[in-house]
Design a protein around this ligand. Structure first.
Ligand code: HEC
Length: 219
């Protein structure tokens, strides 16, 4: 008789314990892994479009010894695996005298991207395995590339050179007069873009070339 009575109690205890363990495990569950950050697609455009313009960290480096137009240049101010110890990161987050000088701070998202890339080993990695130029469109391919590499100077109320690149209607005339491809391929007779000596990765250029040879449609 006594045994029968204690049984439901025992079952309840076991159930409560199990539920407790389950809940505790849920709480200590690891957060989702951070996304892999790629130098070529995520980090390089942020640096090229915010730091390497004339008078700053471009090919003609007036910013001290700090030319930042290539991976090797950038690596000189990075300690792979240690974002807090990296001069690049420190320059972005300093409370006073931060970079970019005389401009607003980079967005939290851009700073986080750079910090993550350094934590992940600061490799010269690319998210494009092989370069796929199939199904290239203006809205899904070209506009995001221009946004990453060109909008910082060529959008808003006072675009550099009075050239806007943030709408199809503004980009199309530059396709027709040859300036879009001429500038991004660094052809002679054109100002090399992005300004300051950096060049977009070959794959980004190939995608834009493909779109232009498709007739540069508004798709
Ligand atoms: C860091 C700022 C900056 C970035 C980033 C930048 N540009 Fe420029 N761009 C300039 C400046 C400044 C000029 C005007 C130079 C002048 O008139 O002397 C210019 C001019 C141009 C011109 C006009 C050239 C001509 O011959 O009239 C084109 C086209 C152009 N940029 C395309 C691009 C494209 C495409 C990108 C992205 C791949 C880009 N730019 C990224 C600063 C920038």
């Amino acid at each position: 008789m006594k045994r029968l009575k204690t049984r439901p109690v025992a079952i309840t205890v076991v159930f409560v314990l199990a539920a407790g363990i389950f809940i505790l495990q849920g709480c200590s569950k690891e957060h989702l892994p951070d996304p892999v950050v790629y130098f070529q697609q995520d980090v390089f455009p942020v640096i090229i479009s915010n730091c390497t313009q004339s008078g700053c960290h471009g090919t003609v480096a007036t910013g001290g010894e700090f030319r930042l137009t290539s991976y090797n240049d950038i690596l000189r101010i990075v300690s792979p695996g240690d974002y807090k110890g990296s001069r690049l990161y420190q320059a972005l987050v300093r409370p006073v005298g931060y970079m970019p000088q005389g401009s607003s701070r980079l967005s939290d998202e851009d700073i986080r991207t750079i910090a993550l890339w350094i934590e992940q080993g600061a490799e010269n990695n690319s998210g494009d395995s092989g370069c796929n130029t199939d199904n290239v469109t203006y809205s899904n391919t070209v506009a995001p590339i221009l946004q990453a590499w060109c909008y910082s100077c060529h959008s808003g109320s006072f675009p550099s050179g009075n050239i806007k690149l943030d709408a199809y209607s503004a980009v199309r005339p530059l396709v027709d007069n040859g300036k879009l491809l001429g500038t991004i391929r660094h052809e002679s007779g054109y100002l090399p873009m992005p300004d300051g000596g950096g060049k977009m990765p070959t794959c980004e250029i190939s995608k834009i070339e493909q779109w232009v040879s498709d007739g540069a449609p508004d798709n």
